[in-house]
Design a protein. Structure first.
Length: 244
């Protein structure tokens, strides 16, 4: 039986751990050939060992020009999951310039340039494509110690909408997924703090974190033919956090 993404080539950034890794595995299980990108080779080796032979790993830094240049040359690229991102929670008045530049550089500048490079690859073959930018519920609301992160994820929401409008005539759909907290190596240290964990659960009407599967399901829907008329959308996977 053919899988829904048979014949598709997908690029997933930040795929060594957490959400990106789950997305790479989910896309491969749905039939896509996947290029999984992260810097830490041991994470990629582990992914390669446990995952389908449809996953190829690239050890690369998404902020490097060499990486974006390579992305432009991917033959037949039809799916991008633009996921690599990070956070350094700090009170607004204490945000240091190095952290500010780091988070903007990764979450906005690199995400923009990777999306641009992937779009060039899609335009080169002329068969359209689909892009999912990994946003956050923090792309829709504010939260304490998250001014920089919220700013960058709001930027991702703006990028998603503007790309969707401009690229629609080329058959390229652009959406975002906006999860609430998911337990990953990024958030585990935050969620280990009982006070913070209580705050998070208190904000989620469904009283549960999003799972990796919840996020992967949203990504798979957006890249599937079932979403062929969906573009410029932000699919919140937030248990109701932002509905209040
Ligand atoms: N976890 C959550 O609660 C949550 C909620 C909403 C949104 N998000 C978003 O989801 C995305 C993934 O989050 P996560 O929690 O899965 O993060 P994570 O556990 O920290 O994993 C991030 C992945 O990105 C890679 N990465 C980081 N910087 C990179 C770079 N410069 N070049 C290439 N790869 C890089 C990391 O590997 P290397 O360090 O080896 O490169 C790792 O594989 C982020 O955009 C985040 O903002 C997360």
């Amino acid at each position: 039986m053919s899988a829904v993404l048979d014949g598709q080539t997908a690029l997933v950034t930040g795929a060594g751990r957490g959400i990106g890794r789950a997305c790479a595995e989910g896309l491969a299980n749905a039939g896509a050939r996947v290029i999984a990108v992260a810097r830490t080779e041991t994470d990629l080796d582990e992914l390669q060992t446990h995952a389908s032979d449809r996953i190829e790993t690239w050890s690369a830094d998404v902020t490097d020009d060499a990486f974006t240049e390579r992305v432009q040359t991917i033959a037949g690229l039809s799916i991008l999951v633009n996921n690599a991102g990070g956070n350094r929670p700090q009170p607004f008045v204490d945000v240091d310039t190095e952290s500010l530049d780091f988070v903007i550089g990764l979450n906005v500048r690199a995400a923009f340039r990777v999306a641009q490079a992937a779009t060039r690859a899609m335009l080169a073959h002329g068969n359209g494509g689909t892009i999912v930018n990994m946003s956050s519920q923090m792309g829709h609301v504010g939260s304490p110690k998250r001014t920089v992160y919220c700013m960058t994820k709001h930027a991702i929401e703006g990028l998603t909408k503007a790309m969707a409008v401009e690229l629609a005539p080329h058959g390229i759909r652009v959406n975002s997924v906006a999860p609430t907290f998911v337990e990953t190596p990024l958030t585990r240290p935050m969620l280990d703090d009982p006070e913070f964990r209580d705050f998070v659960f208190g904000m989620i009407p469904m009283n549960k974190l999003a799972s990796l599967d919840d996020v992967v399901s949203a990504v798979l829907y957006l890249v599937s033919p079932g979403a062929s008329c969906v573009t410029g959308h932000s699919l919140k996977v937030d248990g109701g956090w932002t509905a209040q």
